[in-house]
Structures are given as C-alpha cells and as structure tokens.
Write a protein that binds this ligand. Sequence first.
Ligand code: GLC
Ligand code: CA
Length: 564
Amino acid sequence: MKKAGSASDPLWYKDAIIYELHVRAFQDSNGDGIGDFPGLISRLDYLQDLGVTCLWLLPFYPSPLRDDGYDIANYVDVNPSYGTLDDFRQFLDAAHSRGMQVLIELVINHTSDEHPWFQAARLAPAGSPARDLYVWSADNQRYKNVPIIFSDTEKSNWAWDEVAGAYYWHRFFSHQPDLNFDNPAVIEEVLKAMRFWLDMGVDALRMDAIAYLYERDGTRCENLPETHAAIKTLRAAIDADYTNRCVLAEVNQSPTDVRPYFGDGDECHMAFHFPLMPRIYMALRQEDRLPITDIMAQTPAIPDNCQWGLFLRNHDELTLEMVTADERDYMYLAYSADPRMRINVGIRRRLAPLVDNNRRRIELLNSLLLSFPGTPIIYYGDEIGMGDNIYLGDRNGVRTPMQWNPDRNAGFSTAVPARLYFPVIMDPIYGYQAINVEAQLSDQSSLLHWTRNMVALRKLFHVFGRGTLEFLSPDNRKILAYIRHYENPSHGSSETVLCVANLSRFAQPVSLNLNSFVGMIPVELLGYVPFPPITSQPYPLTLAPYSFLWLELQPAPESILPPL
Ligand code: GLC
Ligand code: CA
C-alpha cells in the first residue's frame, strides 16, 4: 500500500499558491524572541484567509545557523528553538485540516561541519567509508574551473581541515562540506531522511542546490549525468511508496540546463524559473517587454506532469547569475543604488523597496506572477509590502520578523526587543507601525486585501496553472499581451484569458490582433465587466500607467442561446 499525501489530485502542485515562510520569523509563542511551531500554528487562520494553498518552510532542523539553517546538523529532528517533532506533527495536521499542503527543505548537497557525519569523517582514516561521506583531496587544485557561489565570503571551493590533514570540497560556505554522492552510503542516508518526513505526511520537498551533487574533472561540476541519475533514484523511491507528493528543484541555471531536471516526467515535478525573475524587473525598468518575451522564447516545453515555480522574491539575494554581464550592470544600477544592497552576484532587497514602494508596480509584478505559466510563490511579508534592513549581514535583511500589528515587536514576540533573533523593521516608511497585517485587514484598499482578492480570483481558473501561453506582438513594446488557454479534459470545457500589462509609467494605447477570437466578448475578471466584442479589426485598448487587464474571452451570448 502506498502512503497517501494530503492532496487528492496528483497534480495538485499545478494549481497551488505557495507561501514561503521561515518558522523563526513568523510568530514567537513563548517570548524567547524566536518564532516557533506553536506560533506558526496560531497564524494558520491568517494564511488560510489569504488563500494560499501550500506552505513552504525554510529549514527548521538542528543547525548552528551560520547559513540560517541550510547548514544542517541533524536531518531528522526539529531545532529546539522552533519546537519539537511533536510540534511539527501538530503543525502538519493543522495545515492539512485546512486543506493546505506542506513543502519542506531537503538540503542534501552539503551538511553543517557540526553534523556528526563530518565530525566522524575528519577523525576517520583516509579512504575509510566514514571519511568518504565527504569529498577530500590532498591539494586544493582539483576542479579549478568551478565557480564560487558565495563570492563575497569564499575564495576557494576547497577548505583545509586540520584534523583530517586534507582539503574538503564545499560549493557554499566553508562550514558546509559537500556530501560525497559517489559513496552509496550517502544516497542511503538521504533516502532515510526523505522517508522520515514523507512517512509523517509531508507533501513536497524542495531539493536545495541540487545541481551540484557530483564532481568530475574537467567540468563545472554542475548538471552532471550522475546528478540526474541520483535525483531519478530519489524520485523512483517516492513514486514506489507514496502518492501525491512533489519534488521541487532549486537549480539556478539557464532554462535549457534546467529542462533535464524534469526528465521524462520522472525526475522533479517542479523547478524554479530563475532566469525569468530578473528579466521581469528589467522589463519593468526598461519599459519594454523584450526581456520577458525573449527568456520565455528560450524556455523549452516541459512534460505534462511538470510545472515551473515562479517567484518575484525569496529569502536569498535577487540572483543575477543568469543574466549577461551587461544586464547585470544594468540591474545593479537600476535596483541597488547603495552598494550595501548588493551581495554575491545579486541584490538583497525585498519586493516593495525594489520598486520604490510604488503600489502600482507591486500590483503589476504580482499580476505577472499570478498569470504566467507556473505555480506562484509568495514570499512572507510581501503581501503587506514589508521592507528590508540592508544593515543586517548576509541575506538577513529580508528575513526580519513578520509585522502583525503596531504593538511591541510588531506583535511577533513579547520578548524584550533586544532579545529578538533580528530587529523588526522600524523606519518611518516600512516600519511595523506603518506596515502591518492588523492595519491592512481593516483597510479595504490595502495591499493585503488586494493580494487576497487576486489569489482568490486566480484560484477560480485552471488556466493559469495549467494552460498554454502565447504572446501577442503589438507594435507598442511597452505592452505585454498574452493569451492563456486551457482545455479541461475532465469537464470538456475550455478557458481562454487575455492578459494585457502596461510596463510603462505613462498611459499607453495598444491595438491587438485578435483575429482568432472574432465574435467573442472579453470580460474583465476583477469586475466581471464585458468589453466590446472582438471583430476582425485590431482591438484597441488604453491602459493606465502600470495597469493590467485579465480578460476572459467568452462566446458571444447569441451563439450560446438557442434562437427564439
Ligand atoms: C540555497 C539556499 C540558500 C543557501 C544555499 C546554501 O541556495 O536558498 O539560502 O544559503 O542553498 O545552502
Ligand atoms: Ca519562541
């Protein structure tokens, strides 16, 4: 008997709205200044009300927290600061009983150097199975052409270990040694950890840094065939024993290099679309749709059971690894005036500050997020327009406490403020007195209400998560226009939505060639307002600055009503 997941539809992740959050940042229940599982449980009503359907939790495992928990010291337990395994189980049940799925992190490329495996490995004799759980070398000359990801901190992917008397390999921080996937014991341990959480009922796994599992001479040690084989082994184990689960690949590579991670529908169900994200910001700043249409043209088709994961921001820097050198210069200039806003190859800011707190731009970007082919991922706090703190180290400026109300510590914690894991945002524009959930709940015009409405609207249609995409090419390049279409096999019905977005800060006219839809009526989805019928003439529209329209193309009433 396979173990069932909480979702009833095997393709549930295609219709999901994912909300990314950090337990530590969400709600503190015991006044120690650190968010925890009981706190998160107490905020599930809020998340259900927002309409999100899947909760992605950042790593919550025991960890020295030198990489915010991506440095794991034990794969099968909960960090005591956040609660117990029992608390996690209660959270999982509570989320499931609200119809929400749960996505957690499977960070298998590396562990913390405090993981008992590494502590044993450094002491074990060279060449022994215990030593070989990690990647060692007598010198630091191997794999010389492999890029350094955390370029602000690390000078090499090798670090010297005094105890072992050898160098060990690390693609990220030097306190995160890479596991050695050439050792079958590593895959065995990964399978055990994976099953531990899947048995408990976890619905989905984000495979962190999954492109870097193997190392081979003369390569960049990325996307190797051996890596794909290992992921397929994990997937086969999931398919053999569990139903309705999902694996999401974190692969920061070009669309053509990401495509193989879907396999023939037998590797990862989902993968983030990393290159699209910076190009959305480029298109907005340049007031030109080309960066978006160009990257989508380079995006290959994916198997039917697969899905892209779309995001505007996340817990990391806005990565610029997947743009050209010129585009990178442009992005740095346009979006990070202060050098403190930059880290590694990217920009460490939240959505609202990136777009100068401009409500129309925030809405426009979200309209793309919610109407592009894929599953949208909302980063906690962005639904209320939270700000960041570029004076905190690493990428911590975008990981500050959630702002619930104007009380002490933004309602996040009753601790003395100095005890909080990070200070709350306090500046006059983004500070918790100005930006918080309670205030926005009582304001019908707030960003929170807007986001909730848009999420609810998107969920009424299958076309956004499952349909095809076709760009129109009107002369005015400040306008991005596309048709989403979906034939629902189970109902024999179809949905067609025309999306039109104005990337400019000024009003824009546009004429659309809608010849394939002559006679149909575009109905604006937010207000259910019918627009003039489509004829064989170009269809004229006028768009206010940064505005967008979602128009469902419906058959004209005459054609559906029987003649009198
Ligand atoms: C992933 C995470 C990032 C972390 C890195 C190393 O890229 O998103 O936060 O630092 O892996 O574990
Ligand atoms: Ca706590």
